[in-house]
Design a protein around this ligand. Structure first.
Ligand code: NAD
Length: 435
């Protein structure tokens, strides 16, 4: 298998940056859920303070020689939110919207995500403020290498392990790995995950997040006593997560009645041929012009009469303004932060079963963990082994969260935060405060 090393041409498009009202501030969104779970757990005040602060925040200036011979300086961040359970884990994004506040929120999110699936990792995130689509491959390589050199003191298989995120890919991870290895004077594959298969990447990583969504959706259907066969599903976002989840759910017998991407949505009550849609995207690089359904808007898709809604594009799409109109029985959050805190209570009142992002899309970081384990062991697994172990972890994590939700009579999101926070808190209590 040869790895596709092209840089992404499609990307998450935030329709309007001014939409970031307080309801949609990522750090506030994360903290309001954290606070509720911490209160229910009766977290001691000292530990509450510790977990509300990131361990380490690094900001670096990244000078890059551009192709026109001029030097440009970019700003990069890396935040290690919490490393009590193990090395920090979290992606690096290249985007104009990157800010320290956002990186901090995403690093905290990674801490809870790794803990909810019980991986021996802490949480981190990194980003560089830039527009990668306007940069040449050479400029991006120089940016990546200089940013890596800037944050190298935190990096390492035992301390901080990045992965791809918005607008970065396995090509970028290969540069990070090479730069780190050059500094260490030997090859260190386990310093990043999401690498090309040929240099220590894991089989099954590309499909892992979508596969994880499929697994937890099946568990939710089972829990609610709904059959899988014939279950109707609407998927927003037809990229890595959305297209794989749609394909695998269709294979399990679900009927995917709507899909969408940044160019718009398509609805077909008889079920969309997902294979045909994937083929279309491969050729055209978007769903534009797809003839397998009637055109709808992305907003229409969210309020369709379906059993399962799978938002897998961008954050803050289900808000207090449209949550009342959502008709799905289950929401599986493939994207990070698709539901605002303001929408949570509305969905709960309506009895909608939400599989929260930190659980629903944890399949990706779980197979990243497998990649790290395989690199460190120098022994690589078959795709079947990867998928079997992923199924095991996702199923077990769903059950852990559901059990706590029933025990405390709370929704799945609050329960997921309670599971993660109590796991991180337990390790802090055991380790004590170093003085
Ligand atoms: P991707 O770039 O492969 O796909 C994104 C899709 O969303 C594309 O189809 C794009 O056209 C569509 N899109 C962009 N803007 C849109 C808009 N305004 N309205 C509707 N659709 C829009 O990205 P991905 O890797 O599939 O990630 C999707 C989401 O899942 C993100 O929130 C990401 O953070 C999250 N996530 C991804 C992974 C992973 O392993 N890829 C893991 C965890 C979480």
């Amino acid at each position: 298998m040869t790895t596709d090393l092209r840089l992404p041409t499609d990307r998450i498009v935030r329709p309007d940056k001014d939409r970031f009202l307080n309801e949609e501030n990522p750090f506030e969104a994360m903290m309001s859920r954290f606070d509720r779970a911490a209160e229910l757990l009766d977290l001691e005040p000292g530990l509450y303070k510790v977990l509300r602060h990131p361990e380490k925040q690094i900001t670096v200036s990244v000078p890059v020689m551009m192709d026109n011979g001029e030097v440009e300086v970019f700003i990069g961040h890396r935040v290690l939110y919490n490393t009590s359970r193990g090395p920090a884990k979290g992606g690096i994004r290249f985007d104009l919207n990157v800010s320290l506040e956002e990186v901090k929120a995403l690093a905290a999110w990674m801490t809870w995500k790794c803990a909810v699936v019980n991986l021996p990792f802490g949480g981190a995130k990194g980003g560089v403020v830039c527009d990668p689509l306007k940069m040449s491959a050479g400029e991006l390589e120089r940016l990546t290498r200089r940013y890596t050199a800037g944050i190298i003191s935190t990096l390492g298989p035992d301390s901080d392990v990045p992965a791809p995120d918005v607008n970065t890919n396995e090509r970028v991870m290969a540069w990070v790995m090479d730069t780190y290895s050059m500094h260490m004077r030997h090859t260190v594959t386990a310093v990043v995950t999401g690498k090309p298969i040929e240099m220590g990447g894991s089989l099954g990583r590309r499909e892992a997040t979508g596969r994880g969504c499929m697994i937890v959706t099946k568990e939710a259907l089972k829990h609610l006593g709904m059959p899988i066969r014939g279950t109707t599903v609407a998927v927003q976002g037809f990229g890595n997560v959305g297209s794989v989840a749609a394909e695998l759910l269709q294979r399990e017998g679900c009927k995917i009645t709507a899909i969408s991407d940044r160019t718009g949505g398509y609805h077909n009550p008889n079920g969309i041929d997902i294979e045909a849609a994937i083929k279309h995207v491969r050729q055209v690089r978007s769903l534009e012009g797809f003839t397998g359904g009637d055109q709808i808007t992305n907003d229409d898709l969210l309020t369709l009469d379906v059993d399962v809604l799978l938002p897998a594009a961008l954050e803050n799409v289900i808000t207090s303004r449209n949550a009342g109109k959502v008709r799905a029985k289950i929401i599986c959050e493939g994207a990070n932060g698709p539901t605002t805190a303001g929408a949570d209570s509305i969905l709960e009142e309506k009895g909608i079963f939400v599989i929260p992002d930190i659980l629903a899309n944890a399949g990706g970081v779980t197979v990243s963990y497998f990649e790290w384990v395989q690199d460190r062991g120098g022994y690589f697994w078959t795709e079947a082994t990867v998928n079997e172990r992923l199924t095991d972890i996702m199923t077990r994590s769903f059950a852990d969260v559901l059990q706590l939700a029933k025990q405390h009579k709370v929704n799945m999101r609050t329960a997921a935060y309670m599971v993660s926070i109590s796991r991180v808190a337990t390790v802090h209590r055991l380790r004590g405060i170093y003085a």
